[in-house]
Design a protein around this ligand. Structure first.
Ligand code: PMP
Length: 794
């Protein structure tokens, strides 16, 4: 029985031409001027002779009269195109006739015209006859990729011909599964085929497509006679068509798995070789397993059908089926998820990120072993956020996706300043990384143009940059500059400040020691009382609070003078982040700065948290506080996740420092980091992110304040722009910090897929600090979820 949908497909090859060897010899001589020893080759469709001559070997090809001349022209033109676009690709060369045509005609006894051509013969061994080896498979992948690249700019009218070997025909071949006798295998194949047709094929529409070779199977790869790992030829351009590029790899990799003991390893080898020449796209690598299995299924079904239709079918039609069945059995029992994971690893794609419909809990089992390995390799003390660890695999804009493909609203991360994986940044980084990445001892453009661009956004005078790799390093350098230039050792910071991890900055980071075992403040460091207008000493005296809080600088300066350290610098994070994200207290920082300067100290504005527009009102936090620092330090958001720290200062300070120390950071300001940093500024400007920080931030504070009115545990809502602190207390009257409730809120928000942080010495302040791409609709989701979570506390 021939099932209906396949009836329009031609499965059997037409009878090949029947010329005598003598006739072929004569024609080759007359038409192409070729003489030599002729030997007929096997061909199902055409009549081919190998001609051995003193100048090399050739194939004389007499086409089947049923062959469409346009289809043959398609092959000829593609070979000519590749010869022009990539002469290094080992493919047959088109030999022209005496009068410079790529083809001629021969007439058979019955008057039928047959198109004839000559191609160069590629010496070597067919892959099936060479011992299997992994290096060879990688090279096969590389050559297939090379052919795709070479064919990129090629088109031909015959490229749309209906071809049996079009992978998309699987839909028509589906009824042929009846020819698979083994019931279990047949059912497995049918299940897989149905999934592919329903879920995979619709995704082909968005893939890059072009004319492809489409037949790099084991019979069409010639291996070098001198090196069993080297591909000496890719032949048979008879199945070319316009199709998704990935088909080329699927066809070849699928074919290479036949007779493999580890078909997944073979798929990986071919894919890795391919990817090394033509980088696969994410969707392509994700679909590859399905398409390779689909191709093997296609081979099996067509062979089974041919055998059923023609008892005299060639032996290989019968023999190959066993190999197809074995490969399918192995691959299907491992499953596509497993194969996809290994393919992604082989091509250095990051951890698989599920796309499409999320499968809750599918990957939850992975968390425990990963956690165990993390503890063993990174230490048990490295804190993880949330009671239920968040296993993240992908980011996009303000969304983070967990290993099960569920998206979470990111209301916490400030490093992806313009949004996770912003395409503008990704592109800039990728292009620069593919072009040049080196150190700043060489002259190159983008570090200079970035320094110019950055300093142009700052007040006059702040016009020289030093590039390092983190906020800590920038602060460390700023303190070194201050100490070197002032000759003083003393530093003034806010109580509970955090400025980083280097040894000298650790002294300036008491917030890193929240527990009772906190070390004493270093002898050369003094801390200022935080200008806290919720629970601080002068909270109920708003008119004089700025002046009164600033007075604690007097005693700090005096104490440093008395201890002989003097004041080198006052370092301040003007978002007062680790103090619990305080609001701006107008006049406070200018008053402190004046006192510090009078004592000979420099002012260092640590913009790691608040810089690049987060404050909403200004690009830089110090502008919102109405001070002009001597040194500005930048970290986290500078390059959207590529490590970069910057110290910006005056030319005078920079030069004085530079004459005393050869200060140089190898990675600092490398071209890739600067490309990312440029892109961040582009996006901040083009997408109006500072303005958005203001509008969305104001909205969030207004809405949270509204919630606070009805909620006894929200003591205060404050901050600037897209940086808000929500202070959680036992009750409003006592203002007793309630870290446990804050922690419950944070974890319940996380359960509801909203990620926030916790801040402050007591840990009772909810930190709302999303990427600046956080818009009104995201804020609405945050507020709604926040309100829902607060209800669960009642
Ligand atoms: N300064 C401030 C205000 C910070 O918040 C941080 C990091 N949280 C740093 C400096 C240190 O930056 P990094 O972790 O990049 O060294």
């Amino acid at each position: 029985m021939t099932p209906e949908p396949t009836s329009n497909i031609r499965f059997l090859a037409p009878i090949p031409p029947q010329f005598s060897q003598h006739q072929a010899e004569q024609a080759a001589s007359e038409l192409f001027g070729l003489e030599g020893t002729f030997k007929q080759l096997n061909s199902e469709r055409d009549q081919n002779f190998r001609i051995q001559t003193d100048n090399g070997d050739y194939v004389f090809k007499i086409s089947n009269a049923k062959e469409d001349p346009t289809a043959i022209d398609f092959q000829t033109q593609s070979l000519l195109h590749i010869a022009r676009s990539d002469p290094s690709l080992p493919i047959p060369q088109v030999i022209l006739t005496r009068d410079n045509h790529p083809q001629a005609f021969m007439t058979s006894a019955d008057g039928t015209q047959h198109l004839v051509r000559v191609l160069s013969y590629l010496p070597g061994t067919i892959l099936t006859e060479v011992p299997r080896n992994r290096a060879l498979f990688k090279n096969v992948g590389a050559v297939i990729a090379q052919s795709g690249v070479a064919l990129r700019g090629f088109f031909h009218a015959a490229a749309g011909y209906d071809l049996l070997w079009d992978l998309r025909h699987l839909v028509k071949l589906r009824p042929l599964t009846i020819y698979i006798e083994d019931t279990a295998l047949r059912q497995a194949i049918e299940r897989d085929l149905d999934y592919t047709l329903e879920h995979i094929f619709p995704r082909l529409a968005g893939l890059r497509s072009q004319i492809i070779h489409n037949d790099g199977n084991t019979h069409n790869i010639i291996v070098s006679p001198d090196n069993p790992t080297k591909v000496a030829g890719l032949v048979d351009f008879g199945d070319m068509m316009h199709a998704p590029l990935i088909f080329d790899l699927a066809v070849s990799a699928g074919s290479m798995t036949l007779d493999s003991d580890d078909p997944v390893e073979t798929l990986c080898d071919v894919a890795a070789g391919y990817d090394s020449v033509c980088a696969l796209e994410n969707d392509e690598v994700n679909l590859l397993s399905h398409l390779a299995v689909g191709r093997i299924t296609q081979e099996l079904l067509i062979a089974a059908k041919r055998q059923a239709d023609d008892p005299d079918a060639p032996a290989y039609v019968v023999d190959d089926q066993a190999a197809y069945r074995k490969a399918l059995d192995q691959l299907l029992s491992l499953g596509h998820q497993h194969i996809r994971g290994r393919l992604r690893d082989a091509c250095q794609f990051p951890t698989d990120c599920p796309t499409g419909v999320a499968v809750p809990g599918a990957k939850e089992d992975d968390i425990k072993p990963l956690l165990k390995r993390r503890q063993a390799s990174l230490g048990k003390t490295l804190e993880l956020a949330y009671d239920q660890p968040f296993h993240v695999v992908r980011g996009e804009g303000v969304w983070l996706y967990d290993a099960d493909g569920r998206r979470h609203l990111d209301v916490y991360n400030n490093v992806p300043h313009v949004g996770h994986c912003h395409p503008h940044v990704v592109k800039a980084v990728s292009r620069q990384l593919a072009t040049l990445n080196t150190n700043t001892r060489y002259l190159f453009d983008n570090v200079v143009s970035y320094a110019e661009r950055l300093t142009a956004t700052m007040p006059d005078g702040l016009d020289s940059c030093i590039f390092v790799n983190s906020g800590s390093e920038a602060n460390d350098a700023a303190m070194r500059i201050s100490r070197t230039l002032t000759g003083n050792q003393g530093a003034i910071i806010l109580e509970d400040a955090y400025h980083g991890i280097t040894e000298s900055i650790d002294e300036l980071s008491p917030a890193a020691y929240p527990g009772p075992e906190a070390p004493e403040i270093a002898a050369r460091v003094r801390t200022l009382e935080a200008p806290n207008m919720y629970r601080g000493r002068f909270a109920d005296n708003p008119e004089n609070a700025a002046r009164l809080y600033a007075e604690s600088a007097d005693s700090a300066i005096q104490s440093l003078a008395e201890s002989g350290h003097g004041t080198a610098a006052f370092m301040v994070d003007s978002s007062f982040s680790s103090n619990g994200i305080l609001s701006v207290l107008p006049g406070y920082l200018p008053a402190v700065a004046e006192k510090v300067r009078a004592a000979g100290g420099l002012i260092i504005a640590d913009e790691v948290q608040i810089g690049f527009g987060r404050s909403g009102s200004h690009l830089w936090g110090f502008e919102a506080q109405d001070i002009i620092p001597d040194i500005v330090t930048l970290g986290k958001p500078v390059a959207n996740g590529i490590a970069l720290g910057v110290v910006v200062t005056t030319t005078d300070i920079r030069e004085q420092f530079g004459t005393q120390i050869d200060f140089f950071s190898t990675f600092g300001g490398n071209p890739v980091a600067c490309a990312a940093a440029h892109a961040v500024l582009d996006v901040v400007e083009q997408e109006g992110l500072r303005e958005n920080a203001k509008d969305t931030g104001d909205y969030i504070r207004a809405e949270l304040s509204r919630l606070a009115e009805q909620c006894p545990v929200i003591g205060d809502v404050r901050g600037q722009g897209l940086f808000c602190g929500v202070e959680i207390v036992r009750d409003k009257a006592s203002k007793e910090p309630a870290a446990d409730i804050a922690d419950t809120i944070r974890n319940r928000l996380r359960e509801n897929r909203v990620l926030v942080g916790r801040e402050g010495r007591a840990g009772n302040i909810i930190k709302v600090r999303p990427p600046l791409a956080f818009r009104r609709e995201h804020a609405e989701q945050l507020i709604k979820t926040f309100a829902d979570v607060l209800k669960t506390l009642e």
